[in-house]
Structures are given as C-alpha cells and as structure tokens.
Design a binder for this molecule. Structure first.
Ligand SMILES: [Zn+2]
Length: 263
C-alpha cells in the first residue's frame, strides 16, 4: 500500500489542514510530523492509493514554515482533487476521534474488521462515519431563480435554499418543507440534480430542481433574512454567489446556462 498525502487536521470543528507556506503539499510526510499527532491512520484499508490522516495533538505547535488553512482555501491553493481527498480524510479522522469510547456503555471501541466502522466489544454497538443529508434546491418561476441571504453568510452573498433532512422524511418531503419554511413558497415537479459530499463537518448535499407552485417570497427573518427572485441578467454587482466548487453554485450556473439557451 502506498500512502499518498498526509492530511493533518487541527482541532477546530471544520478541520483546518496543515500546509507549507508557498510550497506544494508534501507526500508521505508521516515521519516528519509523527510527534505532532494525537492519533493517525489510513483513509481506507482497501484503497491502493490510500491517503493518511492525523489529528494534531492538543498542545502541539504549528511547525515552522507551515500553517493551518481551511479546506476551502486548500481547494484554491492546490485544486479540487486535494479538497475532495482532504474531506474524505477528515470524515474518517472524525470517525476515530469521536468514537474512542462507546456512547452507550462507555467501553473503549475498536475497528470493525469488515467495514470502515468502529464497534464496541462489550455491547456490540456499531458506528459508521457520520453523514448528515441535506437538500439544496433551485426553485424557478418563469425563468427566475429563488435565492436567499442566510444570516450566517458574508454580507451580500445570496444562494439557493437548503436544509437538513429530518427523521422519517423522504428527500422530496424535505424539499417541500424547507423551501416553505425559509421562503413561504410552495413547490412542485421536484427533480434530482446531483450530490456532493460537504464535510463541514459531515453534510451530504443532495441537489434538486423544482418549480414554483404558489406563494410570494417571504424570508423567515431568522435563518433567512432576505429571499427573492433573480433573473440571469439582473443579478446586481453587489451580490456575491457561493464558491465555484459548491453544489449550490453548480445549480446556479446550470440555471444560467439553460436561460442563455432559452430552456
Ligand atoms: Zn458499548
């Protein structure tokens, strides 16, 4: 097995990655950083081109010439491939770091032999990597796109609406509920678009298109502070869109392309 990259995460909730200042990310750098790590391991026990992960120890210092950067910044500096691979490494790291002991009986947990999972040798509890499914939806009415400003966004940022799936819901039910909660718009004709792992810390984004059925855009005033229809040629210059690697931006760009073709 040849290890490829070693992704060392800090202890922030979204897992910033250690990168060298002004140089490419090193490969097979494990021995150099071993002393920094609290725990470490492979991303997969099956993959020939396996990446490694490590969690920086609580009081470890950042090595000279290196710094921790967000994984979105990693995409900007080193490309989408490392963004995706560091996300997978972060999720596997989280499986280990968050499941040292059984949450039901307190026994130390161990690796499960068959799957990428942790198991409790005492009560048999099995824990897989966390994945939180969320829908994200491009709602259209007469060619206009519904976008909102989330209270957590930077100033001027607008995006298509999104929300987490609740227990017992189908994805289609989540689409209807979330869009209504955030905009008071009812939607119909829901179509699957694509999916994207978004490990900040563990979301799985499931993107859909949908058509307006009834209602006027009305922000909930809490999570969403403004929501409105946009036409492709009428996005004001002060409005910023989500990062290009995000599925929300893919939905918006798909809408723009279709409008340009008059579809
Ligand atoms: Zn247990």
């Amino acid at each position: 097995m040849s290890e490829r990259y070693l992704f060392i995460f800090d202890r922030s909730p979204d897992g910033c990655v250690l990168v060298p200042d002004g140089k490419p990310l090193p490969r097979d750098a494990r021995p150099e950083f071993e002393h920094l790590l609290e725990i470490s391991g492979p991303v997969s026990r099956l993959d020939e081109n396996c990446d490694m992960w490590g969690l920086a120890a609580k009081d470890s210092l950042t090595p000279c010439g290196y710094k921790f950067v967000s994984r979105q910044d990693l995409a900007g500096r080193f490309g989408m491939d490392l963004f995706v691979r560091s996300g997978a490494a972060f999720q596997v790291m989280s499986l280990y770091a968050n499941n040292k002991f059984c949450g039901r009986c307190g026994e130390p947990m161990r690796d499960q032999e068959r799957d990428l999972a942790r198991e409790c040798p005492k009560c048999g509890r099995l824990v897989f990597s966390s994945l939180y499914p969320a829908v994200i939806v491009a709602v259209e009415k007469d060619g206009a796109l519904l976008m909102g400003h989330n209270a957590s966004f930077p100033d001027g940022r607008y995006s298509v609406l999104a929300g987490f799936v609740e227990p017992g819901e189908t994805l289609e039910q989540t689409v209807v509920r979330e869009i209504y909660e955030e905009s008071k718009i009812k939607v119909k004709n829901i179509r699957y678009f694509c999916s994207q792992p978004w490990p900040f810390p563990a979301s799985m984004m499931l993107a859909f298109n949908a058509d307006w059925e009834s209602g006027d855009p009305t922000a909930d005033g809490d999570e969403i502070t403004d929501v409105r229809w946009f036409s492709p040629r009428d996005i004001p210059p002060e409005i910023s869109l989500p990062p290009v690697m995000s599925v929300s931006r893919m939905l918006i760009e798909d809408w723009k392309r279709r409008r340009a073709r008059g579809v």
